[in-house]
Design a protein around this ligand. Structure first.
Ligand code: NAI
Length: 399
């Protein structure tokens, strides 16, 4: 018996999934659900966007057929499973509706209030928000117990991680139902607390922030920091290449939002260097210029391949990442296992940060953080109490 069918039987989940917003994320989520055998209704107020999403999905399915990943029959079945509409009322038969519209609380409230009138009382409602709190979106509903966050990563068809975020009002049985459903869609699911950045966008901040700080101090240039993280650290992309890929506007905004949401905790302080690049329109790959100038690749600086310097850079960024991961465990955002899974599947880290801490020894990590803290006297280097405890007891995060 296929996994998704077993889920449908066990939970009596009806097969219709609604997705609102046919942009980058909504189109991808709709495709994922349709590929898992669901009938999907994808809605958007903009009919051109719906046409564009349909063309994108069908192109993507065509590529899967070409590569032999699915048959033409399967592709036709998926195409037939997808319905496109401008009417919110067409979600009336859905068992789950995932909203992926513009990141604006007032507009999300309008949509959810209308949606709640259109769907059955049993329909689970979810948002793909990356920066708003689940509590704040759900507050507009008459029944917030059926609302939660389901956070996919871009591109949703390829990225294996999904963060499931219950709000304070979410009923426990819905969390389990959604975990099972999204797992049946072949995704790795991590459940996390409704805190800013959830897991990935919180724990990953030092990868960018500390790299920018190292550059600002004049310790190394972009290329050398990227080289240290890829060649010594084993990361797939260096921080500056990755920020150029994500877009400095998007990445800066996430940092600024997380910083503000954490009541301006200095650990998350944004960087002037990144802000100036954004202000200059050096957004990254999409504008042909970010930290690197892609219009003239011959001009891209070669790294200084100094192993000792590279090791210092890599270790400084790594211990800050581990400290952030330890803080997320300490503050009960998610389990250590979930955090490691999130960072390996959500941002392709070569190892889970907490397994990495276990391997290096929490005492080794703590010693480096204490050295940084003593040197700078800044809160961003303050070692987490859980890390101190692990070092003291010589215990491990991942048992
Ligand atoms: P997008 O701008 O590509 O698409 C948004 C879509 O929503 C547009 O097609 C727009 O026409 C539609 N829309 C706007 N108002 C609407 C309304 N009232 N009713 C129906 N449709 C409406 O946005 P994107 O990037 O897909 O983001 C959507 C959501 O997903 C946001 O909450 C964002 O924070 C979140 N997200 C985005 C990620 C990304 O990398 N782009 C990653 C993970 C989450």
């Amino acid at each position: 018996m296929k996994k998704e069918n077993r889920f449908l039987m066990e939970t009596k989940f009806k097969e219709i999934i609604g997705v609102i917003g046919a942009g980058t994320m909504g189109a991808g989520i709709a495709q994922v659900a349709a590929q898992s055998g669901h009938r999907v209704v994808l809605s958007d107020t903009n009919p051109q966007q719906l046409q564009f999403a349909q063309a994108q999905i069908e192109k993507s399915l065509g590529r899967l057929v070409e590569k032999g990943k699915i048959t033409t029959e399967k592709s036709n079945e998926i195409v037939n499973n997808l319905n496109y509409t401008t009417q919110l009322s067409e979600h009336s038969e859905a068992s789950l509706v995932i909203e992926a519209i513009v990141e604006n609380l007032a507009i999300k409230h309008q949509v959810f209030q209308q949606l709640e009138q259109a769907v059955s009382p049993k329909c689970i409602l979810a948002s793909n928000t990356s920066s708003l709190s689940i509590a704040s979106i759900g507050a507009c509903l008459a029944d917030p117990s059926r609302f939660l966050g389901i956070h996919f990563f871009n591109p949703a068809t390829l990225m294996p991680l999904v963060e499931v975020i219950p709000g304070v009002a979410t009923a426990v049985q819905h969390i389990e139902q959604i975990e099972q459903l999204i797992t049946a869609w072949n995704k790795s699911v991590v459940v996390c607390k409704d805190t800013p950045g959830f897991i990935v966008n919180r724990v990953a901040r030092p990868f960018y922030g500390e790299a920018l700080r190292i550059y600002e101090e004049g310790m190394a240039d972009f290329a050398t920091i990227d080289w240290a993280m890829t060649h010594i650290g084993g990361f797939r992309m260096g921080p500056f290449t990755l920020m150029d890929f994500i877009g400095n506007d998007i990445n800066y905004t996430v940092t600024e939002t997380v910083f503000a949401a954490f009541y301006f905790d200095p650990r998350f302080k944004p960087s002037f260097t990144q802000k100036r690049h954004m202000e200059a329109g050096f957004l990254g790959k999409k504008t042909n210029r970010g930290f690197y100038n892609y219009a003239d690749p011959s001009n891209i600086q070669a790294p200084t391949e100094d192993y000792e310097l590279g090791k210092q850079i890599f270790e400084r960024i790594l211990v800050l990442l581990i400290n952030e991961a330890a803080d997320a465990v300490f503050m009960q955002v998610a389990s250590a296992q979930a955090i490691d899974l999130a960072m390996t599947k959500g941002v392709n880290y070569p190892k889970g940060l907490l397994a990495w801490a276990d391997e290096l020894g929490s005492d080794w990590v703590l010693e480096r953080l204490e050295m940084l803290f003593a040197e700078y006297g800044e809160d961003r280097y303050r070692p987490n109490p859980l890390l101190r405890k692990m070092a003291r007891n010589q215990s491990k995060f991942i048992l």
